[in-house]
Design a protein. Sequence first.
Length: 181
Amino acid sequence: MTKQMPKSVSGLAETLRSRRDELGLSQESLARATGLSRSVVSRMERNAGNPLLSTLEILAMGLDLDVRILLAPEPNSKLVKSNQTPLVRVGGNIHRLRKKIGKRGLSQEKLSMLSGHFRTYITELEMARNSPSIADLESIADQLGVQVIDLLEPLDEVDYQTRVERFEKAGGDPQGKESSQ
């Protein structure tokens, strides 16, 4: 049985297919160019499954788009391609938004309980150590009062560089080269 995609990727199939056609790519050629299987590309174009952020990042790079464009609810020409790694952007924005809630902010523990995740998972996301599924990002975004696309907004350049350096010191790969779906 095929799972339906999270609501945040409702425009993904059309955007993906449209951009692929615009570039004159078949599903097979896009798959070869990105290192994904043709079945993954096909699933995305049928709105099936729950993709990882890293999978959408790979597709976006193959289509020369920012991952936010794939997640935009409707075509948005105002979104400019960012050179910041989506995984780092997500971590920074979760942290920033969490701290803005209430007088003392929302703790990782409270966000984890509200969104149905372990606290360590929230920590891993903020440290850019885990590529989340889009459904996971939806549940977190809902608790932060934003949309998934807002979690992918570019960070202030100083914050971004600080996060990348911290991640590299810890021996991580800020490009998010985890295995993808």
